[in-house]
Design a protein around this ligand. Structure first.
Ligand code: ZN
Ligand code: ZN
Length: 417
């Protein structure tokens, strides 16, 4: 006889309901009459149901959810003809782009097994990712340009929990991951909505200071790192809640601990080492070491996953340049938890990081009114990819470099100076 474990008992139903409420009221700030497009792993169905309930209570027009399933994803890699890997569901992404153009909000629930594709042919994974990125571009642009309110939150999917906590039974792992998600998402307190208001105010204080300083570059030093990241002309720091072009102030990432801006695509010099492994679509890329010249990565090494890293860098011209630099104190709650989540949404909030690829147009002064050409002229990068990787630790110092060449301590030993 097999007893099917009931994961619902491992996930506190009250906190899950709070997470759904926070997603709708803080993450999205869904407006009366606004439609909502959700994507979710099928394991996250209990959370999708709660979010849908809270969305309709908030006055949602129509909520539409698209599910993914790990078994069916693997079936493609195992059985599909070779030509399948250059295809993507363009029609679906065109529909999503149309929904956003018509004012719909977007919610993604993360939680897939980060190692799902680790046993599959990396060439096929890379081709499928590229085809998907190209098809997704019209929809992604609406999100990257912050045309609409959007949010990503997570669900403790059993296959993900097993990766994070491999040494305990699955139901225990799900419970531990659920608790870690609830804590990081600030829903394990009496008043989650109030806690988010306070957290947003703290992040605002940091970004306001950085915007006042108007540094021309940031200089990172630490073990294996001596990197100068020039900042884009007219860059603007953001953190926490921010206002989309549709006028709605939302929290795109839950959790979030970062303040971030746009580097200059042509002005990054030196070398940098990653401080945490990067889990990229099924492959763990560890001990990344890259060298920048004129903003471009000219050398890339990794102790693990180097082949995948180099494939990522060859996606397009912008994939070798930076689109984001972000500051996170080493004492952030996610960092203190000591958990490696194998999920960028969490791991990037444990450490200062940089992102390869596409920049965010909102990270420019008056970004909403800038054309793609203007953004490029000011140093904004463009690419099909946006991949964050971690370069901060308690051994990394950061100085802000002013236009006159003088420097100001920004972080010492991973903490705000
Ligand atoms: Zn970031
Ligand atoms: Zn990023």
């Amino acid at each position: 006889m097999t007893i099917v474990p009931n994961f619902q008992t491992a996930v506190d139903p009250q906190k899950l309901d709070k997470l759904a409420e926070v997603a709708v009221k803080v993450g999205l700030r869904l407006e009366q009459g606004q439609d909502l497009v959700i994507t979710a792993p099928i394991a996250a169905l209990p959370l999708v149901r709660l979010i849908t309930k809270h969305a309709y209570i908030a006055g949602a027009g129509i909520v539409s959810t698209f599910y993914s399933d790990e078994e069916t994803t693997l079936a493609r890699y195992q059985h599909a003809p070779d030509g399948s890997f250059d295809k993507a569901s363009d029609w679906l992404y065109e529909g999503m782009a149309k929904a956003y153009a018509n004012g719909a909000a977007r919610l993604a629930i993360a939680g897939d097994n980060p190692m799902l594709l680790s046993g599959q042919d990396p060439a096929k994974v890379a081709r499928a990712n590229k085809a998907n990125s190209m098809a997704y571009k019209p929809a992604l642009e609406k999100i990257a340009n912050f045309d609409i309110n959007w949010n990503i939150i997570s669900y403790p999917n059993p296959s993900w929990a097993r990766q994070v906590f491999p040494d305990v039974p699955e139901d225990v792992a799900v419970g531990k991951l659920a608790d870690a998600i609830f804590a990081a998402s600030r829903v394990d307190v009496a008043d989650p909505i109030g806690a988010w208001a306070e957290h947003n105010a703290n992040l605002k204080k940091r970004s306001t200071w950085l915007n006042g300083e108007r540094f021309s570059a940031l200089h990172f030093t630490g073990p294996g790192t001596d990197l100068t990241v020039g900042l884009a002309e007219g860059h603007e720091w953001h953190g926490g809640a921010s206002t989309a072009k549709n006028g709605i102030t939302c929290n795109p990432n839950i959790p979030t601990e970062e303040v971030f801006t746009t580097p200059h695509a042509l002005k990054v010099e030196g070398h940098v080492s990653s401080t945490k492994p990067l889990s990229h679509q099924g492959t763990l890329i560890d001990n990344i070491q890259v060298k920048f010249e004129g903003g471009r990565i000219v050398e890339a090494k990794a102790s693990r996953g180097e082949e995948v890293l180099n494939k990522v860098l060859d996606t397009d011209e912008g994939a070798r340049r930076l689109g984001e630099v972000a500051l996170v104190p080493h004492s952030s709650p996610i960092s203190k938890s000591g958990i490696l989540f194998y999920n960028t949404l969490f791991d990037e909030n444990a450490s200062c990081h940089i992102a390869l690829g596409q920049c965010y147009s909102k990270c420019f002064l008056d970004g909403a009114s800038l054309s793609q050409e203007q953004i490029k002229a000011q140093g904004g990068n463009s690419s099909l990819i946006h991949i964050d990787w971690m370069i901060g630790s308690d051994k990394v110092d950061i100085d802000g470099i002013r236009a006159d060449g003088s420097s100001v301590p920004v972080m010492r030993n991973g903490e705000w100076a």
